[in-house]
Design a protein around this ligand. Structure first.
Ligand SMILES: NC(=O)c1ccc[n+]([C@@H]2O[C@H](COP(=O)([O-])OP(=O)(O)OC[C@H]3O[C@@H](n4cnc5c(N)ncnc54)[C@H](OP(=O)(O)O)[C@@H]3O)[C@@H](O)[C@H]2O)c1
Length: 195
């Protein structure tokens, strides 16, 4: 059984971006000790075009994930900039009902039964975990399938914005695992879903 992990960046008040999802205000925190942590502990979550820029060697082993799932709203950001396979080093899945043909051979589109397809991926033997990249909409749709959260909290408050989950109200319990605090105020917490 493979884990589905929502590895996501958010503000102190739990927003993954402004009301449209833009989180560029947090980028200035991706530096120093925290950036080194991301490069060594989660290199596979760095978009492929940024590997050479950040000095991540080609072929750097993945630590946690071999598969990524994102919604079209998230995938479209790269696509509009001409990046058809932002995580070319991973198996890439994009949930969409409007995009009919995949723009890239590495990207498989999921149009029907998103939950069922994710359950099939989770049921595969071996391999690493599945990274749920976001955004808010598909995280809300997959909320009951999420086994783990890795939340990168940036020391900013938005007041309003795009929530971590586009889901209805229901308390769901998680167990706190690793906690890492960085000198620039970023906090990375891992939680496991209590079943
Ligand atoms: N802070 C972070 O770490 C982080 C991470 C990821 C994304 N984000 C932000 O999140 C924003 C995007 O979030 P979002 O909520 O607007 O969009 P999203 O969740 O990325 O994508 C939503 C789209 O996914 C498709 N979809 C949703 N449910 C589906 C289902 N059951 N079956 C098939 N397709 C389905 C639909 O595409 P169709 O319309 O084609 O049907 C829907 O419009 C971006 O601005 C991005 O920057 C932030």
């Amino acid at each position: 059984m493979r884990k589905l992990t929502y590895f996501v960046a958010c503000t102190i008040d739990g927003f993954i971006g402004d009301p449209k999802g833009d989180a560029t205000s947090t980028y200035s925190y991706v530096m120093g000790e925290y950036l080194e942590f991301l490069k060594t502990e989660y290199p596979e979550t760095v978009a492929a075009p940024a590997w050479p820029v950040l000095g991540i060697e080609p072929g750097t082993p993945h630590r946690h994930y071999d598969t990524v799932i994102q919604g079209l709203g998230s995938y479209r950001i790269g696509l509009d900039a001409g990046v058809t396979s932002p995580y070319a080093h991973l198996r890439e899945y994009v949930a969409t009902r409007s995009l009919i043909e995949s723009p890239d051979p590495n990207v498989e589109l999921i149009a029907d039964d998103l939950v069922g397809r994710v359950r099939e991926l989770k049921a595969e033997d071996g391999g690493l975990g599945i990274w749920l990249c976001g955004g808010s909409t598909i995280a809300g749709e997959l909320i009951e399938e999420i086994d783990e959260l890795v939340i990168k909290t940036y020391p900013q408050v938005y007041g309003s914005g795009m929530p971590m989950f586009g889901a209805g109200f229901e308390p769901r319990d998680f167990t706190l695992g690793a906690v890492r605090a960085f000198d620039n105020g970023v906090l990375v917490r891992t939680y496991t879903r209590k079943r």
